[in-house]
Design a protein around this ligand. Structure first.
Ligand code: KIV
Ligand code: ZN
Length: 571
């Protein structure tokens, strides 16, 4: 790329706005939302939706709570016209929902558009005319006044036809298309002329929709343009200022938000940012951005995954895994430090208290999502993530030093596979290393007995192809099994925990031992419904792992000595 291109691309001119007010405002109320999924979104698909899919999308929009839905450009095709008719004739439009239809300012198109609305209870007729210089010059070959006259002519015809359709409660919307690339005074003049034609008043407000048809500037410049229009329209109170932002620079959501600060009362957009080229503003993100600021968006995304899957199926466009709020990965942390902070944050988050969890801007449960996928494990993950998954997926709360040891094993496995270690694989790794640490001492069973005040154990093991019974006494089962094993084991730590709740819950036991002073410590784990059995198995597991850490000849010598006292049993 050659840079810069001073003659090819020029910076977008700033707006001369004295004392701009929007930077000092905050958004404390949701706008009126208009979904244009069925129009701008649909027209941008590889394959426009068939009638059945359009109906499903319409129903989805109703379920989310949209009250204004742009359903078609009825004059564009038979399918668009028929869909509008099917909604009206099929009685599919709830009483509190207003259909909107788009039209150009050409007589036959307006007539066909109005025809599509026959019998509608309420409707918005949305007229657009491009006002930008490049359209006037290159596309239409018309002067400013000719473009303005085209808009007024269309507005007049719409008003006249609407007058003869008394059963429909009409509202009118005008869009100076490419508004953000139009000279502001000219955009204002055309809007005013159209408002006048429609008899706009405080009780008969006209929607003035000011789009960034192509996003040309930073969102602050767009916000200035909106504030300028709001300040300079002759009858501001007779207009509902609406914005319709596209995402060419990747800022459609930000532009719509700043425009709301600047006075926009209504926002048009699509679910997940579908729409022409880079798409329209994403209404899911806009709505949930409000939600996380404590403002009721008036739209329901409490089952956002269902909305995402349905939209994906209908449009054949995947929702990106990192899409704000609804991507598969947005409540997932792979990195160790994030996992650790999230785990601590979730534990500290009191029910009903303001949401303050590190790295999670909102409670996934509010969107119908679970915590299950919040922490996922790959080679970037630390002990926090491993411990969290072991606890949430398998009910096993690992002692801290065991977390460190096991997460090292997980990291090696992730490095070797190059991918994610899911909960099932994590369990396999854990049980291979700790629960089934069965060499050379393979636990086969035990019998506890009492001798005087002492606890006795007869421990049955399979060792090197022989089944043997080892006996030991101690002040409890752990001490008894350590004695029975007859190895120079030093017990450093012992912990036991219930896995889950209730009488049927399994128990887990963790022991940390070493074979001689200064030798490397080894963890052993046992899981069983009986806590004594879990503890005994944990000691055997730890002994095996300690033997495995010893030099091979030391291990063999210690084992041979241990087995001298063993009784062989016939099997
Ligand atoms: O992007 C745009 O300007 C439009 C208008 C027709 C509203 O889609
Ligand atoms: Zn658009």
């Amino acid at each position: 790329m050659k840079a810069p291109y001073p003659d090819k691309y020029r910076p977008f001119p700033p707006v001369a706005l004295e004392n701009r007010a929007w930077p000092n405002r905050s958004i404390d109320k949701a706008p009126v939302w208009l979904s244009t999924d069925l129009r701008d979104g649909n027209q941008a698909l590889f394959e426009p939706l068939d009638p059945e899919r359009k109906l499903r999308l319409f129903q989805l929009l109703l379920d989310i709570g949209f009250k204004e839905i742009e359903v078609a450009f009825p004059a564009a095709s038979r399918a668009e016209f028929d869909f509008t008719r099917a909604l009206i004739e099929g009685g599919r439009v709830p009483a509190d929902v207003t259909l909107s239809v788009l039209t150009q300012s050409r007589e036959h198109i307006i007539r066909r558009t109005m025809e599509s609305l026959a019998g509608a209870r309420r409707a918005i007729v949305h007229l657009y005319v491009s006002t930008a210089p490049v359209f006037r010059r290159v596309v239409f070959g018309l002067s400013r006044s000719e473009v303005a006259a085209m808009a007024v002519r269309g507005a007049r015809l719409i008003r006249e036809i609407a007058r003869d359709m008394p059963d429909t409660d009409f509202r009118f919307e005008f869009t100076p298309e490419n508004f953000s690339g139009t000279e502001l005074p000219f955009a204002r003049d055309v809007c005013q002329a159209v408002m006048e034609e429609w008899g706009a008043s405080e009780s008969n407000k006209v929607i003035i929709n000011l789009p960034s048809t192509v996003e040309l500037s930073t969102p602050n410049v767009y916000a200035d343009q909106i504030e300028w229009m709001a300040a300079n329209l002759a009858h501001r109170d007779a207009a509902i200022i609406s914005v319709h932002t596209h995402n060419d620079r990747g800022c459609a959501v930000a532009a719509a938000e700043l425009a709301m600060l600047a006075g926009a009362q209504r926002v048009e957009g699509c679910l997940f940012g579908n729409g022409e080229r880079t798409g329209n503003a994403d209404i899911v993100t806009l709505a949930l951005n409000l939600y996380t600021q404590g403002v009721d968006p008036g739209l329901d995304f409490s089952a956002v995954n269902r909305v995402a899957r349905e939209a994906e199926e209908l449009t054949s466009l995947p929702v990106h895994p990192r899409h704000p709020y609804c991507g598969d990965l947005v409540f997932t942390a792979f990195s160790g430090s994030h996992q650790d902070a999230i785990k601590k944050g979730l534990a500290a988050q009191a029910p009903g208290a303001p949401w303050r969890t590190p790295y999670l801007p909102l409670d996934p449960a509010d969107l119908g999502r679970t915590y299950d996928s919040i922490i996922r494990v790959n080679s970037q993950s630390g002990k926090g993530g491993v411990a969290y998954l072991m606890e949430t997926a398998h009910g096993l709360i690992l002692p801290r030093r065991l977390q460190i040891e096991f997460s090292g094993m997980v990291q090696q496995a992730a490095d070797a596979s190059g991918g994610e270690i899911d909960a099932a694989r994590l369990w396999t790794l854990f049980s291979e290393n700790y629960l089934e640490a069965a060499q050379p001492l393979e636990y086969r069973g035990h019998r506890l007995f009492e001798r005087g005040d002492a606890q006795g154990i007869a421990l049955t093991l399979r060792v090197s192809g022989r089944t043997v019974v080892l006996e030991g006494l101690g002040n409890g089962p752990i001490a008894a099994v350590v004695t029975a094993l007859n190895l120079p084991l030093t017990l450093h730590a012992y912990e036991e925990r219930a896995m889950g709740q209730g009488a049927q819950a399994e128990a887990s036991a963790f022991v940390e031992v070493s074979l001689a002073a200064g030798a490397a410590a080894a963890f052993g784990v046992g899981v069983h419904e009986n806590i004594a059995t879990a503890s005994i198995r944990a000691v055997v597991s730890a002994a095996n792992r300690a033997l495995a850490k010893a030099a091979p000849e030391d291990g063999r010598r210690l084992l041979a000595a241990a087995l001298q006292r063993a009784q062989a049993v016939a099997v």
